[in-house]
Design a protein around this ligand. Structure first.
Ligand SMILES: Cc1cc2nc3c(=O)[nH]c(=O)nc-3n(C[C@H](O)[C@H](O)[C@H](O)COP(=O)(O)O)c2cc1C
Length: 325
């Protein structure tokens, strides 16, 4: 399948693995890239720019296909060493960067000068248009369904994607709620040039996370995610668990006076305990509603091959068949 996204990134299939904290290591990124998609290493999971440089080297040893690095710009009192991470990306010869969070404008000149293609993740059409204006090469449009941070507008992909298609000139991928060949064909029909998946890729053999995490995704239905941190305007879609119940109780009790410190125990620094140690009630962790469509733990290649075969059959048989002769 050839789209503007496969052409832009030099990949075989229009499928991207979004950056994921404590999931997006070289093992998963290289497996996705080797299967013909675009795998992405998550920069901030690496404690230092030196550690990111080592992870990029490791990925290159595992694949000779293109892969990317996610750089998430978070509001923070003591920001990470972004210039250092960007230097590691450029010197590591990475050709694709997925930016997310705050406007990446400040960092674009350095990335562009190094010949790096930038795809910015957005949850609103106005942010996608801004990304286009400042020179991003593509955008990843994340609907309300998505695992992680869906923003505060709550527009699901059936509306958000065609709205993005109406406004954008640069290519975009659909993100949030994507799981299979049906998702890909629907995304293409709505105007996207491919799809980005997060939660689905956690439940793959190569995802370097504890098996409890994969099994929790397989066991979850589409009703099992919760939105947390809405009062802080930092909404995150997470899988429900005991810590999330506690957090939501505090949100209800404290109302508008809620501060980050009140819920720090449930959200700060919990990822290693969940992703590495498999302590499933240690805190809140991002998970999409798409968990309801995930029932197995295939390899990245099995997953991608299956998606492409299903998409092709849908287009050639189901859709074409509906047109008659
Ligand atoms: C466990 C987890 C961690 C994530 N961490 C990040 C992150 O650090 N930076 C980022 O830009 N997006 C992050 N995301 C969002 C994904 O890259 C992707 O946009 C999202 O999962 C798409 O929705 P889906 O889960 O329905 O496929 C994360 C998602 C999950 C599930």
């Amino acid at each position: 399948m050839k789209t503007r996204i496969t052409e832009l990134f030099g990949i075989e299939h229009p499928i991207i693995q979004g950056g994921m904290h404590y999931v997006g290591y070289a093992t998963l990124a290289s497996a996705v890239s080797n299967a013909g998609g675009l795998g992405i290493i998550t920069a901030l999971t690496q404690r230092t720019p030196e550690a990111l440089a080592a992870e990029i080297r490791r990925c290159r040893e595992l694949t000779d296909k293109p892969f990317g690095v996610n750089l998430t710009f978070l509001p923070s009192v003591t920001p990470p060493d972004y210039p250092g991470y960007i230097k590691a990306i450029i010197e590591g010869g990475v050709k694709v960067v997925e930016t997310a969070g705050n406007n990446p404008q400040k960092w674009l000149p350095a990335l562009k000068e190094a010949g790096i293609k930038v795809i910015h993740k957005c949850t609103a059409v106005r942010h996608a248009l801004k990304a286009e204006t400042i020179g991003c090469d593509a955008v990843s449009v994340d609907g309300f369904e998505c695992g992680g941070h869906p923003g505060e507008d709550d527009v699901p992909n059936f509306i958000l994607l065609p709205r993005a298609a109406e406004e954008l000139s640069i290519p975009f991928v659909a993100s949030g709620g994507m799981a299979d060949g049906r998702s890909l064909v629907a995304a293409l029909a709505l105007g996207a040039e491919g799809m980005n998946m997060g939660t689905r890729f956690i439940a793959t053999k190569e995802a370097p996370v504890h098996d409890n995490v994969k099994q929790a995704i397989v066991a979850a239905s589409e009703l099992d995610t919760r939105l947390v941190m809405r009062p802080l305007r930092n909404t995150e879609r997470v899988l429900g668990n005991a810590a999330v119940d506690r957090l939501l109780d505090k949100e209800r009790q404290l109302g508008a006076s809620l501060k980050f410190e009140d819920i720090a125990a449930e959200v700060a620094g919990v990822y290693p305990r969940i992703m590495q140690d498999g302590e499933m009630d240690a805190g809140a962790w991002s998970c999409g509603m798409v968990a309801g469509l995930i029932r197995d733990v295939p390899t990245a290649r099995e997953l991608i091959d299956r998606i492409m075969a299903e998409a092709e059959a849908l287009i050639r048989q189901r859709l074409t068949g509906m047109l008659g002769t």
